[in-house]
Design a protein around this ligand. Structure first.
Ligand code: CAA
Length: 377
């Protein structure tokens, strides 16, 4: 039985900061951002948007491509920027999607790796329950402290993936190369709102993990490097993915996979899967039957190299033009608004739009209150 990605979509903020603006304010040569780390813009989130609201938007888009929502009996929400240590963010999302209550819902955490863990779990679950579907969500809003080297690599997005039998986007192959090690390269203690990192150590461990995973993947699959047609890499910033690609594949182009992330920034758990969407949306040649190598890395650290085979009907499942419009229609914000958004504040007298139908209205008596757009009621 073929099991894999039947539908995939993403969402991000309606607002964007140009990194040329950040560079000017921080007194940094813009070339360091656009050439040195390979990023030109980043999504920045107004206070009425959170990991739930963008996840609902991504999931609505992904579910619009399937006709039996009731067969979803598991929702896995992968995030490293959760606002609650107990209640799963997936429960809010499940509610706004109106899915069946005959459903397991839970969150997963392991830095940027967790969507990959969720997909592996979903794959095993569908093998035992072939008539079910699993909704896997990865949603993160990434914040580093002001004036740090990580600041231009912030960003955020949500990805929503429906996993089922007979997938219409791509099938999972059975091979994985895995490597885990205990390392303090990037983490966020429960008392901190911003991630703490050792940038150089993280980049070093990313590349080391990738080499180990890739060799284990080749050993297990008996494939060779020439059998990989396309490649996607977790992309905390595009230069990291480019360095990884160069180390494995030399001059192979991964440009199409990085078009979206270069202007979204780091979306942690969603990042690798936005690379996949970008690759599928922007590759003109027919990718049916081709193998895509996928490298997933989550600091701390867990890493995995695995592969997908593109389905014959994948083109009919893409939302390429809508994705491009979503990104190009984001409104540019000023540096002042960026600083306010960082502190969950808004410019006085200005209303900010949400990506989707749900907005965070406020937090009262420790309860998050969400509002649904009137047109959606
Ligand atoms: N023009 C062009 N290029 C320039 C330049 C200029 N004026 N000035 C500097 N550069 C280049 C540098 O030569 C360097 O290039 P190479 O990497 O090819 O040598 C690059 O810009 C970066 O400059 P620095 O080496 O000075 O790096 P930095 O101290 O500014 O830190 C960073 C960069 C490590 C990526 C930092 O942004 C960071 O720590 N980010 C957060 C951690 C992170 O993303 N780690 C990635 C792996 S961990 C992971 O993947 C999990 C996750 O999602 C976080």
């Amino acid at each position: 039985m073929k099991i894999g990605i039947d539908s995939i979509a993403f969402s991000t903020s309606k607002y964007v900061l140009k990194l040329s603006t950040l560079a000017a304010e921080r007194g940094v040569d813009y070339a360091k951002y656009c050439v040195g780390i390979g990023q030109t813009e980043m999504s920045v989130f107004p206070p009425n948007e959170d990991i739930v609201t963008i996840a609902v938007d991504a999931a609505e888009k992904s579910l619009s491509k399937i006709d039996d929502r009731n067969s979803i009996d598991m929702v896995i929400f992968a995030t490293e920027s959760s606002f609650d240590l107990s209640k799963a963010a997936g429960i809010y999302v499940h509610h706004f999607l109106g899915l069946s209550d005959n459903c397991r819902i839970f969150d997963l955490k392991q830095a940027c790796y967790s969507v990959t863990a969720a997909l592996q779990l979903a794959k095993t679950y569908i093998a035992g329950n072939p008539n079910s579907k699993v909704l896997v969500i990865g949603s993160d809003i990434v914040k580093y402290s002001k004036n740090t080297s990580g600041e231009p690599t912030q960003g955020g997005a949500a990805v929503a993936i429906v996993v089922s039998k007979n997938p219409r986007i791509a099938e999972f192959e059975p091979y994985s190369g895995i490597y885990s090690t205990d390392i303090m390269d990037f983490w966020r203690p429960t008392y901190a709102t911003e991630a703490i990192f050792d940038g150089k150590l993280s980049a070093h461990n990313y590349l080391k993990s990738m080499d180990i995973c890739f060799n284990r993947y080749l050993q297990m699959s008996k494939l060779t490097i020439d059998n990989i047609d396309y490649a996607c890499f977790h992309s905390p910033f595009c230069k990291m993915a480019r360095k990884a690609n160069k180390q494995l594949f030399g001059e192979k182009s991964i440009d199409n996979s990085l078009i979206y992330n270069a202007i979204i920034g780091n979306s942690c758990s969603a990042s690798l899967y936005i690379c996949l969407i970008s690759l599928l949306d922007n590759t003109a040649e027919d990718m049916s039957g081709k193998r895509i190598g996928m490298f997933s890395y989550g600091s701390g650290s867990v890493a995995e190299y695995f592969s997908l085979i593109v389905a014959d009907e994948y083109k009919s499942m893409l939302m390429s033009q809508a994705n491009k419009n979503m990104l190009s229609n984001r409104a540019e914000i000023s540096f002042e608004e960026y600083e306010l958004f960082r502190n969950n504040k808004a410019l006085q007298g200005k209303c900010y739009e949400n990506a989707g139908k749900v907005s965070l209205a406020g937090i009262k008596e420790d309860r998050r209150e969400y509002a649904i757009k009137e047109t959606e009621l």
